[in-house]
Design a protein around this ligand. Sequence first.
Ligand SMILES: Cc1cc2nc3c(=O)[nH]c(=O)nc-3n(C[C@H](O)[C@H](O)[C@H](O)COP(=O)(O)OP(=O)(O)OC[C@H]3O[C@@H](n4cnc5c(N)ncnc54)[C@H](O)[C@@H]3O)c2cc1C
Length: 374
Amino acid sequence: MHDVIIIGAGMTGAAAAWAAAKRGRSALVLEAGRLHHRRGSSHGTSRIFRTVNESAKYSRMVHRSQGLWREVEQESGTSILRMRGALDFGPTRNVDSLYAAARRSGTDCELLTAEAAQERWPSFRFPTAVIHHREAGTIDPQAAIRAMLDIAIDNGAELRTSTPVLALREEANGVLVETPSGTFRGRTAVIAAGPWLPELFAATFPDVPPPMVTVNEQNVFHFRQRDPEEQWPVFVYKGGLQLFALPSGADGGSEPAIKIGRHNPGKVVTPDRRDGVPTAENREIITRFVEEHVPGLEPTPVGGDACLYTITRNDDFILDRIGSIVVASPCSGQGAKFMPVVGEIIAGLAFENAPADPDFSIPTHAQQPITAAR
Ligand SMILES: Cc1cc2nc3c(=O)[nH]c(=O)nc-3n(C[C@H](O)[C@H](O)[C@H](O)COP(=O)(O)OP(=O)(O)OC[C@H]3O[C@@H](n4cnc5c(N)ncnc54)[C@H](O)[C@@H]3O)c2cc1C
C-alpha cells in the first residue's frame, strides 16, 4: 500500500510528490496523459514569479516558496527561477496600494513616475506611474515538474503516465483507485487534476455539492523583441484590459520573444470540449496594446496558444480534505509560483492531519458566487 496516491502530474501533483518524499512517505503518481502534455495548465517553459501580492497571506506564502524553489533547484541541479524584475502599471493597477502592500511585506521595490520609468525602460510607453520590484522573474514549469518528480522518484516514488484514474473511493483503511491498468491502494489520495477537477470530484463524491469553479480558456501570444539582446522584465498591466507579460522562454521559438496573455475571464470550456485555438479578437486586442504601449516589440505575433485557468471565487486556492482524500487546485492563473508551499500544505493535510485553512476550502454554491477574475 502506498502512503499517498496522487492523481495528476501537473505542477500540483509534482509538488505533492516532492513534499511527500521530503517526509519519507511513499507516493504513486498517476497521470492520464504523457508528462508535460499541453492540454492542462502546466505546460511550457514560462510563468511569472513575483513576490508582490496585495494579500499578506499570499505574500508570505510566495516569499517562503522562493526559498523552497531554490532548494528544489539545488537538489535537482536544475534551473527553475530566472529573476528579471517586474513592472506593474496601468490606470486601474492601484500602484499606490500595491506599493504599500509590497513595502509592508518586505518586498524590494520602488515607485517611479511614468517619465522616470520611461527613461529606464525605453521599450515601453507607460501611461501611469510604475512599480518596479526586483524579486520577480519567470518560472519554468516543465523544468519544475521534472525536478520535483525526479527528487520524489529518487526517494522511492513511482510515476505512471498514460494511466487515467477512472474511479476513486474511500475504504476502511484508506483509498482505492481504479485505472485501466489495475487497481491501487493508498492510505490517502490527492486529487491534483487541474481543470479536470469538477468531473473527478463529481464521480468521487456524488453526495457532496460540486466545487464552484469555472474552467476558462486563456490566450497568450508571442511577440519578437526588436533587440534580441535586451533583458526584459515581466510586467502586469491593468486598465480596461488585464494583461500579463513575460519572456517566452522556449515557448516563443528560437528568437527571444515576450509572451503576453489576457487575464480577463476567458471562454468557459471543459478540458475535453474546446478547440484550443486563440481567438482573432484577443490577437487583435493584444496587438493593439503592443502598438500603443510596447514599442520595443515587433507588433505582429509570431505564435499563440490557449491554456486553461480553473477559477474560484475571489481567486483563492482549493487545498482541502474530505475524509482521506485531499482536493488540491492552486488555480486562478497564479498557482505556479506557490507550488513548493502548496506541496507542503498538501502534505500537512494528507499526513499530519493538519486542519484545512478556511480560506482554501472547497467553494460551494452556499458561499459567494464567483466574481470576475483579477
Ligand atoms: C495561460 C496560463 C498562464 C498562467 N500564468 C501563470 C503565471 O504567470 N504565474 C503563476 O504563478 N501561475 C500561472 N498560471 C497558473 C499555473 O500554471 C497553474 O496554477 C498550474 O499550472 C496548475 O497546475 P495543476 O497541476 O493544478 O493543473 P494541470 O497542470 O492541469 O495538471 C492536472 C493534471 O491532472 C491530470 N489528470 C486529470 N484528470 C486525471 C485523471 N482522472 N487521472 C489521472 N490524471 C488526471 C491531467 O492530465 C493533468 O496533467 C497560469 C496558467 C495558465 C493556464
